[in-house]
Design a protein around this ligand. Sequence first.
Ligand code: NAD
Length: 450
Amino acid sequence: MNATAQTTTRRAFLGSSGKAALAALAWGTGHGQGRAATRMRLAMVGTGSRGTETWGRSLMRTHADYVELVGFCDINPKRAARAPAYCGVTAPVYEARDFDRMVKETNPDAVIVTTTDCFHAQYVVRALELGVNAICEKPLATEAEQCQAILEAEARTGRKVITTFNARHGNSSEEIKRILMSGELGRILSAEFHEYLDIDHGASYFRRWHGKKRFSGSLLCHKASHHFDQMNWWLDAEPAEIHAYGRVAFYGANNPFRSTHCRACPFTKQCDFYWDITKDRRMTELYVAGEEIDGYRRDGCVWDNAIDTYDTMTVEVRYANDVLLNYSLNAYLPYEGQTIAFNGQKGRLDVRVYQAQPWKVEGEAEFRLTLNFKGTKTWVVQSERGEHGGADARLKDLLFKPGTPDPLGKAAGSRAGVLSSLIGIAARKSIENGRRYRIDELIRFPLVWA
Ligand SMILES: NC(=O)c1ccc[n+]([C@@H]2O[C@H](COP(=O)([O-])OP(=O)(O)OC[C@H]3O[C@@H](n4cnc5c(N)ncnc54)[C@H](O)[C@@H]3O)[C@@H](O)[C@H]2O)c1
């Protein structure tokens, strides 16, 4: 099946709710002419960093003509209370247990789910059940049962899910898609993807909830869901079978000393990873100010014995069309970047992505396209300025700006979210249980989505 056909377009997404369909109609005529007649009403669950920054303050600065934030909800009332002013809007705030009430009272077109990963599915399903579409951060799910529940809820309710795979939208990612779509490499037989996270960005995962598998599903779900989705999308293929190895080889118990979190640590002089969160005003307001409520320490110790998220992992994927993928992720390297390659019947594409500092900026990518018997072509693709190398801005346009073209099929629905999550879930289970996993033993086929 064609990947473009599988994805949910913004129009189809909006079209599934009567009220939103009106908005879409108005947007269709209003595009490019300033303020749209009807803006998408968005309620947020999960008012942390990603929620209030990318889908809050930054969204309101650039897309307030197309979307309005109508409600905020979080398990931590202090973080929720901070959200409206930080995002520059006036909207009611709710406790997490009042999620249903928020949806009923604020009457949104869609709920945006930006909570800790393991809670995405429950809010996505509930939003659909309440008759509202869901826009969900990656990973869409951290367990196979959650994937099944989302697909079944979507089919049952007729509402739509969008997964916010911003990594599809970077310049180098789009360039890869264009090359693969051109057919220049012939049929793709195998692919490689190696992710390098450094001792700043990589380490940050082990300070946070991400370091515990029960919250993040491991980096195979949290982080690699971007990469598995990109591969599925680039290859226009569905994963069939997964095998993986992984271990906590660097962080966690791999150090002679440890504390609970940096502020309480007696080893600040000895520890290369000591980090003073109080020097960062936004972090202090967002996390330290609310920590007596939920006990969450954002500056957790990277040497915590309870860390069980792998920092070293390799994954093999066999796709249904027999493409073989070799993937790895290491989270403690001296620099960041990616090595990506495709081996086709007619040649090979090498892509080397260099991540500039700070790590949120994408940097540049070297492309090398070598065709059998024909020689090599090399070029460099620079990223844009802005969040995630300009990718976040493009994703926002696609979601909220009417008439934004999508020739590469970058819009991603529940199916893309589920298939990328399932590779991570299968890989994690493969590491835990020492065997290969087939996707069709994790989820009931055929996949059903409205
Ligand atoms: N696409 C990207 O580039 C990108 C970048 C960063 C984060 N993210 C995603 O955004 C999401 C949030 O990440 P973050 O960095 O903002 O984390 P965060 O810890 O800053 O925010 C998570 C928020 O969810 C809240 N929360 C936790 N459990 C909840 C529950 N049961 N009900 C309601 N609220 C709950 C927390 O209190 C917190 O405010 C994650 O899923 C992450 O994967 C995506």
